[in-house]
Write a protein that binds this ligand. Structure first.
Ligand code: ATP
Length: 456
């Protein structure tokens, strides 16, 4: 059986249930920018919180940072972005469209969608030329060349320029890391595939500073750790792989890079990159700023520029991967069901409380149960429509548990707990309910969706 998830179905579900939709829709949208609605915000927040948990809560050697989006323009001179953060672009003289010259094999000709740009009889592509992906804007009321600033194209540089600050106040020594989540902006030539590639997106980046001799070991460590993070959060292991870059793919500053890739409906694509950046960034910023960006080890009396291992992930791309991996369709009682089999820790809503009927004191009893749960976990109360319809509404947004309050609840203070994946219903005492659900939510979980072999 083929996997139920297609990009069209994911986009449709996201719109229907208000996860993610086109930005400025009333004005016709704005090229590949998206807004997140209620469930989308809850889901993406859970993804980011899981990243913080892995970086901060479960480790002693990483600290958090939130640097400004607008930074001194010299930052981008030093980092090499002003000169080299470019993609090759080609124009079509016939239709006026622009394409990423190195992606034409994945793109469609706007006039003849069955062909790639350049292949149609009327196509007339220019030679590829470099296009800088940084968005420029002007700082202050005067528009002169000295006032040009850039929207950051990555969060990493905000970390490097703060290396000295953090070293002073955090009382850390290499190996240690600085982690940041925030918006980045890239004027992508051909954005697309929903939130996979947009011009405004959120990154989750961590720079891990290590003694130079330890860099290869930490590179291996972070590759395994980051791959493991996606597995722990339920992505099917056979839909994930680590791909080491060939030497000709490597950036000039990197001695090794690997991508965690996910098998999206568009094929294997990057979720996250892990790079051994050496001492490139600190050395560049030291040269351009005149500040010493190094570490003095009082034990060995050695002074050195730490090397950096960087795991760089995208919050939107990860959210999309979790949605794709979770999306499933089946049949229940003769009716089609759409269900998001999300890891319970990622699910936007953890539990829905449903009175079986809208009478006989059941709504009041259910409200009481809801009030007791909502302080502890994201919960929802729903009394509208048949019970089957309400279950399906929750399945579609990935709610792992539905709690139903019925007549028996009034007699013996128990409720039924329905499991989204197994569909089993169990009676649980109201008094122990929130502990019981909290324990289930914290338990290890793996996707019940079939893997690659089964879905061929
Ligand atoms: P790609 O090759 O897909 O353009 P990249 O190698 O340039 O990505 P990095 O600079 O390594 O990406 O950024 C780290 C992460 O940020 C990527 O793995 C991805 O998850 C996310 N990311 C990068 N560009 C975008 C974008 N335009 N839209 C959404 N997420 C992005």
């Amino acid at each position: 059986m083929p996997d139920a998830a297609t990009m069209e179905k994911i986009v449709a579900l996201c719109k229907r249930r208000g996860f993610i939709f086109a930005s400025s829709e009333i004005y016709g949208g704005l090229g590949s920018t998206y807004d997140y609605g209620h469930y989308g915000v809850l889901l993406k927040t859970n993804v980011k919180n899981e990243w913080w948990r892995a970086m901060l809560q479960e480790r002693d050697d990483i600290v958090a940072l939130d640097s400004a989006i607008l930074q001194h323009p010299k930052t981008w001179e030093a980092s090499g972005h002003l000169a080299g953060f470019t993609d090759p672009m080609a124009d079509c003289r016939t239709c006026g469209q622009r394409f990423r010259a190195d992606h034409v094999d994945d793109l469609q000709c706007p006039q003849k969608p069955s062909k790639h740009p350049g292949e149609g009889p009327n196509c007339d592509l220019t030679e590829a030329r470099d296009f800088n992906l940084m968005f420029e804007t002007t700082m202050g009321p005067v528009k002169d060349s000295g006032a040009t600033v850039y929207l950051r194209p990555e969060t990493a540089q905000g970390i490097f320029v703060n290396f000295k600050n953090v070293l002073q106040f955090s009382r850390k020594k290499p190996p240690f890391g600085i982690a940041q989540i925030g918006k980045s902006f890239r004027n992508e030539i051909t954005p697309g595939n929903f939130v996979f590639r947009t011009r405004e997106f959120e990154q989750m980046e961590m720079e891990f500073f290590v003694p130079p001799g330890e860099a290869p070991r930490w590179y291996e460590f972070w590759k395994a750790a980051r791959h493991g993070w996606y597995v722990e959060l339920g992505l099917r292991e056979d839909h994930l792989r680590l791909r080491e870059h060939d030497p000709d793919e490597l950036s000039h500053y990197s001695s090794a890079t690997a991508d965690v890739e996910y098998l999206f409906p568009i094929g294997w694509s990057e979720l996250e990159g892990i790079a051994n950046r050496g001492d490139f960034d600190l050395t560049q910023h030291a040269e351009h700023s005149g500040e010493k960006l190094e570490y003095f080890d009082p034990q060995t009396n050695e002074r050195y520029v730490p090397h950096v291992i960087e795991p760089a992930a995208g919050a939107d791309r990860a959210t999309l991967a979790f949605l794709v991996d979770a999306y499933d369709e089946d049949e229940l009682g003769g009716e089609a069901r759409t269900v998001l089999k999300l890891h319970p820790r990622l699910a936007p809503v953890k539990v829905a409380v449903l009175p079986h009927l809208r009478k006989d004191g059941l709504p009041e009893a259910a409200q009481e149960v809801y009030a007791a749960l909502r302080g502890r976990m994201q919960s929802e109360y729903d009394e509208g429509g048949s019970i089957g319809k309400r279950y399906r509404r929750q399945d579609e947004i990935g709610t792992p548990y539905c709690v139903t309050v019925d007549h028996q609840s009034l007699e013996d203070r128990t409720v039924t707990v329905r499991d989204r994946d197994t569909l089993e219903q169990e009676r649980v005492a109201i008094d122990g309910l929130s502990d019981e659900l909290a324990a289930r939510l914290a338990a290890p979980w793996s996707s019940p969706k079939p893997g690659l072999l089964a879905s061929e």
